[in-house]
Design a protein around this ligand. Sequence first.
Ligand SMILES: Nc1ncnc2c1ncn2[C@@H]1O[C@H](COP(=O)(O)OP(=O)(O)OP(=O)(O)O)[C@@H](O)[C@H]1O
Length: 243
Amino acid sequence: MIKFDHVFFSYDREHYVVEDLSFSIGKGESVGLIGANGAGKSTIMKLLLGLLSGQGEILVEGIPVEKKNLPQIRRKLGFVLQDSDNQMFMPTVYEDMIFGPRNYGLSKEEADKKVDEVLGRLGLLELKHRYNHKISGGEKRMAAIATILAMEPDAILMDEPSTALDPVNRRTVINTINSLAQTKLIASHDLDMILDTCQRVILLAHGKIVADGDAKTILQDRALLEANRMELPFCLQGWHGGK
Ligand SMILES: Nc1ncnc2c1ncn2[C@@H]1O[C@H](COP(=O)(O)OP(=O)(O)OP(=O)(O)O)[C@@H](O)[C@H]1O
């Protein structure tokens, strides 16, 4: 579904933020992208969406991520941004949610049905006609996730989906992620959420892969995590806080 083949990227043309990166993600896989601040997680998401371009090849379902293919690529990939303010740009949640499905050819009735189905599934029907500038940060994040789900992409990229969510909404997001059949790539520092949602983890440092494999194995490796400015997930720490 997703392939990076010897990808290099630099913002300043002096040092690489992504360096000789190669990995593949199969259809239906759920992969956690973890690493310290600045490791390159968001940059990888942006390269995949064609918002940035570097050297090497990136493919989505065999289609190269390059300018002429971007409409096709972006139809396949739903991206939940780190900052929901940049994602919700219409006056109301409903208008944001209906925009994608209508744009992709659904009738108003079909799109309305899709919006109600997704909001109902997430327990968010109350937000439907609220103004985006009058809902809380966490509510906006939930609405942003709902907006992406309404578009039914083939793969979902999420950059810190659990940030700013209260425990109930965080659990709803985890359950929703787990209920989705789509391919998922989730960048996060919330290792408990990654453990709950991903079978595979890619650990990055300075734009390179340090570990790639079974999520439970990597997320239990305290020495590996600590060497990369992370801690064991809370659920594995015990009451001593992992000491
Ligand atoms: N627009 C930019 N211009 C220059 N450098 C940038 C830009 N955006 C990011 N960087 C740098 O690229 C590196 C990777 O950043 P990136 O945002 O991909 O990391 P990240 O792993 O997503 O970090 P975080 O966990 O803090 O969100 C960092 O060193 C960062 O300072």
